[in-house]
Design a protein around this ligand. Structure first.
Ligand code: ATP
Ligand code: MG
Length: 261
């Protein structure tokens, strides 16, 4: 199982939309996927049609050393797609966790243990929009980092911060191997030059890891979560659904052959 943190400390850039819909598109391609909601806003929990607070969340497990992450797993209505939910408690957990000496590696240890059971192909962590304990713990637990970046001027500034955090996590020893897997440009508006300029800028700085697939601004992507549906169910032929299907294909094409088969 590969663990991928979908992270950007900037709010509203498409982390949750990408976690849910990349997850759904990979599941549609036959991969077994877990979306792990690491954000107390619990947006990916509700987008996958669960009520935050109805089920134990990853937070309780972070505080209880004798627990196993697998006990939290919920089957979504989509084949191959599972959820580890979140609720508001994670906000309090952030404070509690910060008091513990091992806070940075605790999630990593829980996930390492879970990996031994070979539960899924991919675990996508929907990270919160801050540089707090939860996000750094997620990066410390991840094999790879996928950064959604909004196609706007300030997107680049946010990117350099996350590249710094990535470097710090590597240098801290908490997780020297976490790889910056990719950057996915979101909310592109092809009618404006700004989107094109920002995409070109990001591609010139990170030519190898920026996804060719660009997620357009698409109102259907904004509507789907309020129906508890992935975009593939809500409007399977809209531009947003096409983009996330393409993103899933590109994601798999980049993997090593051993991992994909
Ligand atoms: N490509 C898109 N086109 C139109 N709307 C989008 C697109 N992607 C996301 N949205 C909408 O924009 C808002 C922010 O997206 P999302 O929740 O995925 O971002 P986020 O990075 O997870 O935010 P947060 O930092 O608050 O967790 C949501 O209302 C979402 O439905
Ligand atoms: Mg979110």
């Amino acid at each position: 199982m590969k663990v991928i943190a979908i992270a950007n400390q900037k709010g509203g850039v498409g982390k949750t939309t990408t976690s849910v819909n990349l997850g759904a598109a990979l599941a549609e391609l036959g991969k077994s996927v877990i979306v792990m909601d690491m954000d107390p806003q619990a947006n990916s929990t509700s987008a996958l049609d669960f009520t935050p607070g109805d089920h134990p969340s990853v937070y309780q497990h972070l505080m209880d050393r004798n627990s196993h992450i697998g006990e939290l797993l919920l089957d979504t209505k989509y084949e191959n797609l599972h959820l580890i939910p979140c609720d508001m408690d994670l906000a309090g957990c952030e404070i509690e966790l910060a008091k513990e000496d091992d806070h940075l590696v605790r999630l990593r240890e829980l996930i390492q243990e879970y990996k031994q059971t070979d539960p899924a192909d991919y675990l996508l962590m929907d990270c919160p929009p801050s540089l707090g304990v939860v996000m750094t713990s997620s990066l410390a637990a991840a094999d790879e980092l996928l950064v959604p970046l909004q196609c706007e001027y300030f997107g680049m500034e946010g990117l350099s911060k996350i590249v710094d955090v990535h470097r710090q996590i590597c240098e801290s020893g908490a997780n020297p191997d976490v790889r910056l897997e990719g950057i996915v440009m979101t909310m592109a508006d092809h009618r404006t030059n700004l989107s094109t300029l920002v995409i070109n800028d990001v591609r010139s700085v990170f030519p190898d890891i920026t996804y060719q697939t660009v997620v357009p601004r698409n109102i259907r992507l904004g509507e789907a979560p309020s129906y508890g549906q992935s975009i593939l169910e809500y409007d399977p032929t809209c531009a947003g659904a096409v983009a996330y299907r393409n993103l899933a294909k590109e994601f798999l094409e980049r993997r090593t052959p051993q991992e994909v088969h």
